[in-house]
Design a binder for this molecule. Structure first.
Ligand SMILES: C[S@@+](CC[C@H](N)C(=O)[O-])C[C@H]1O[C@@H](n2cnc3c(N)ncnc32)[C@H](O)[C@@H]1O
Length: 393
């Protein structure tokens, strides 16, 4: 492992699945295997590109490849890239399977532990909507190869997808989202603290909250605020609720589509999302921004966190960051990284004058040694940077 990347062991909590010694070793192997690919194998692609592929292209065309498509046309035939790509795809499948085994083995007990009996006094709440239609952009494809996606249920009151996800994210991010997998939320909070130091939101909404990794930090940062997390997937929310209670944080979770929620207009001071947009369709992204506009109070702030867009990136880096579109069941990845954000704001009802988009450092990176700036494929492949896009209402 390179000295540049610091791995944070995941902090255990009572509702997590407990792997056996061998299951844990397998998970740790996948994490370090992924890290090895990024730190030691990934760079070979650039060497192949600079030394062989680009010069060959330049000889034929009298110019360098102008975009990621031209880079990709050549790279996909390169044996080194093919090897790298197949190893990375395999690591993704190994990751899900290594996290599924301990969950499936003990599912009945785990679901029982997660289920909070009716009448129990809790800090936050959980509202599920069994009639909610799961959007086709989730049912048609297992996003980033998670078997069954976020929403599938295998038994009554099932939280298995959430149980698997909590552990898999740690491995996916190679331990670089911090002990609670909460770096995206923490990074946006740090940006808020530096750029809106007087902001004291009373109502906060986290859209596409999953198991609440990024939601909990808002409850911690603004203890007097009412914090809501919404997601379309019931297994994620069951787990999110149990996890937040276990961590002693008050969050209200509800099963809702961020494109059209049941909150009243002008409810929130702050609406955030963390790596949600790239997993939804173009139409959904527009609906979500429009819904944010409806839900924000005047003067309220919308902030969406993603990996960096392609527009300021060289063609090679853009091609590598686009790996997911081609290999990781992320059909909306490319277009979400190329969307015209000014038009998006305008169509959503926002004044583009109040729009902002910027790269922010990961909160952990600020606190520690720098990560290598490798734009690799994957939800956490932004080289230690997050991209935020948003608007003031
Ligand atoms: C990559 S995960 C988000 C991770 C999470 N925000 C975090 O920071 O850890 C994307 C989540 O968005 C949810 N999702 C996708 N489309 C949605 C929609 N239209 N409305 C609400 N949730 C949605 C998925 O079910 C999934 O749990």
């Amino acid at each position: 492992m390179s000295a540049e990347n610091q791995v944070h062991p995941q902090t255990k909590h009572a509702v997590m699945a407990t792997p056996t010694h061998d299951e844990f070793s397998r998970q740790e192997f996948v994490r370090s295997y992924k890290n090895y690919l990024v730190q030691n194998v990934h760079s070979g692609n650039q060497t192949r590109y600079e030394k062989i592929i680009k010069p060959k292209f330049e000889k034929t065309h009298n110019r360098a490849p102008k975009d990621r498509f031209e880079v990709g046309k050549e790279m996909v035939h390169d044996p080194y890239y093919q090897m790298f790509s197949s190893l990375l795809r395999t690591s993704q499948e190994m990751m899900w399977s290594s996290c599924q085994v301990p969950v499936n083995r003990d599912l009945e007990n785990l679901n029982e532990k997660i289920k909070i009996p009716k009448g129990t006094k809790t800090l936050g709440s959980l509202k599920l909507d069994t009639k909610l239609k799961i959007p086709r952009y989730h049912t048609a494809v297992d996003i980033h190869c998670q078997p069954g996606g976020y929403h599938s249920e295998v038994t009554e009151d099932d939280a298995s997808a959430g149980l698997v996800y909590d552990r898999a994210v740690h491995i996916y991010a190679m331990g670089q989202l911090g002990p609670y997998n909460d770096d995206i939320g923490a990074s946006i909070l740090l940006w808020l603290k530096n750029n809106h130091p007087t902001m004291a939101p009373r109502k906060i909404l986290d859209m596409g909250c999953s198991v609440g990794h990024s939601t909990v930090p808002y409850a911690q940062a603004f203890p007097d605020a009412e914090v809501h997390g919404i997601d379309v997937a019931a297994p994620m929310l069951r787990y999110a609720h149990a996890r937040a209670e276990e961590l002693g944080e008050k969050v209200h979770f509800s099963q809702q589509n961020a494109e059209q929620t049941n909150f009243k207009s002008g409810t929130f001071d702050l609406i955030v999302s963390h790596i949600l947009l790239h997993e939804t369709s173009q139409k959904a992204i527009h609906n979500i921004v429009k819904e944010c506009h409806r839900l924000l109070k005047p003067g309220g702030l919308m902030v969406h966190g993603e990996t960096p867009p392609y527009k300021n990136m060289g063609p090679f880096d853009a091609f590598m960051l686009d790996w997911d579109t081609r290999n990781n069941n992320e059909p909306f990845w490319a277009r979400s990284h190329e969307i015209d954000l000014e038009k998006l704001s305008k169509k959503g009802g926002f004044d583009p004058k109040n729009q902002f988009e910027t790269l922010i450092p990961s909160a952990l990176q600020v606190a520690e040694a720098k990560r290598s700036k490798v734009f690799q494929g994957g939800d956490f492949g932004g080289g230690g940077l997050w991209f935020i896009y948003g608007n003031m209402r």
